[in-house]
Write a protein that binds this ligand. Structure first.
Ligand code: NAP
Length: 299
């Protein structure tokens, strides 16, 4: 029997990839879109055979009708408190009202269950939503993927191609978790079609330390990279607290500068352990070399 999965945020970067992976696995896919959602993105979903529901995300009866008969609701929404806590809670309520057995929230992050409140504002929103989810009757599955592997190609302090520098905090041997967007999407699709997932699934396409990154980046680019200590983890946390206090306007932005450095702090504070990578043998994990070589080819 074909399994029906409902995806919210399917017009987004990760959500679109999750839909693609679900269709590849033969699922019957529904997508929630807003009245203001880009028409071209909606048409693309329809052309792929996705059943699109145009909804008001605050209208519980509309959402409940869209959820009816689904085995799992996946949220790949992105936003601040109004989306991650409020809109996801409305959607969760509709999923429960429709009798959907499982909900995958838009976590897709480092392991915030092992971080403290205040370390990472975006993770605090996910923690708040999950606390609410855990008080309901529906089964929740959080997918924790570390950082997207692609961020290593964005000239972040951890790997700066322009300055030929690998910057790290605290420990040059600390292995940071990375999962590419496509690997995250493939694993999420497999998890959505698996009726018996645990509450949390931890994955990583690769785990790599700053020291190892010096070698790999050097081999892939044929250039020499310098390993630079940026400070201790506590110094980074103190910087983040000061920067957040100095830039309150960032509270209204998804990725203000201080949130990006909060993310770096999270990357150097928690590791996905143990990994659930082997749960779905058909999911093949992308290597760090292939991520870096791909970025180099694209220029
Ligand atoms: N681990 C990492 O390194 C990493 C990096 C990036 C993202 N992520 C996570 O991946 C998830 C998806 O992010 P993304 O980058 O794919 O996001 P994205 O491309 O910005 O897409 C966001 C999606 O959410 C929808 N949306 C936004 N606000 C909404 C609202 N108020 N009501 C209904 N729909 C709304 C958008 O719909 P419209 O098309 O209608 O606007 C779109 O489909 C998030 O949890 C994000 O934190 C993780």
């Amino acid at each position: 029997m074909t399994t029906t999965i409902l995806v919210a945020g399917g017009t987004g970067n990760l959500g679109g990839r999750i839909i693609h992976a679900l269709l590849d696995r033969g699922a019957d896919v529904r997508a929630l879109v807003r009245s203001g959602t880009d028409r071209a993105k909606v048409e693309k979903l329809e052309q792929r055979g996705v059943k699109v529901f145009r909804v008001d995300m605050s209208d519980v009866p509309q959402l409940t009708r869209a959820c009816a008969g689904a085995s799992c609701v996946i949220s790949a929404l992105q936003g601040l408190h109004d989306v991650i806590v409020e809109t996801q809670s409305v959607l969760l309520g509709a999923a429960i009202a429709a009798g959907v057995p499982r909900f995958i929230p838009s976590d897709f992050s480092s392991d915030f269950t092992r971080l403290s409140v205040g370390d990472n504002r975006n993770f605090d929103l996910r923690r708040a939503f999950n606390e609410h989810l855990d008080k309901t009757s529906i089964a929740g599955t959080s997918i924790l993927n570390g950082a997207f592997g692609e961020v290593l190609t964005y000239n972040i302090p951890l790997l700066d191609f322009q300055q030929k520098r690998i910057g790290y905090w605290e420990d040059p041997d600390w292995r940071v978790d990375f999962t590419t967007m496509d690997d995250t999407a493939a694993f999420t699709a497999a998890a959505a079609l698996d009726a018996a997932t645990p509450r949390i699934l931890r994955i990583a396409s690769f785990q790599i330390s700053p020291k190892e990154l010096v070698t790999v980046a050097g081999e892939v680019t044929k250039e020499k990279f310098e390993l630079v200590r940026m400070g201790s983890r506590e110094e980074l946390a103190a910087h983040n607290r000061r920067d957040r206090a100095a830039h309150p306007e960032g509270e209204q932005e998804i990725y203000p500068g201080w949130q990006q450095t909060q993310y770096l702090h999270s990357m150097f504070s928690v590791q996905n352990e143990p990994l659930d990578n082997d749960r779905y043998p058909e999911v093949k994990w992308t290597s760090i070399r292939s991520v870096l070589a791909g970025a180099l080819r694209r220029g």
